[in-house]
Design a binder for this molecule. Sequence first.
Ligand code: 5GP
Ligand code: ZN
Length: 113
Amino acid sequence: MDCLFCKIVNREIPADIVYEDDEVLAFNDLNPQAPTHILIIPKRHIATLNDLTEADQALVGRLPYVAARLARERGFAEDGYRVVMNCNDQGGQTVYHIHMHLMGGRRFTWPAG
Ligand code: 5GP
Ligand code: ZN
């Protein structure tokens, strides 16, 4: 399958991996938008949030759990951080393998930036 993040899971292309378990992989974003910018993905290919099934709920629930754990490890959990999941074109999704962005180490504004 021609999916960038599946290739990272399969070690076909390199990434700076910061967390791994049986179901989830996390690695630094190539183009960071914050001092910490990590992408947290299920190892199994799911293209978009729209493709989730009821059976995927526990798996996807791991993503914010891992995000919070990584935020705690990096010391900005209490200050605060942002998690984002983009869906499809208008949502700003560019890689079609679902991922949660974890960004921390600076102040964020809402709704943009
Ligand atoms: P999206 O726009 O789909 O929500 O986020 C995709 C993210 O993947 C972007 O933040 C982009 O910088 C990151 N990205 C794209 N290609 C690569 C890559 O080859 N390696 C890594 N580590 N990140 C990538
Ligand atoms: Zn994939």
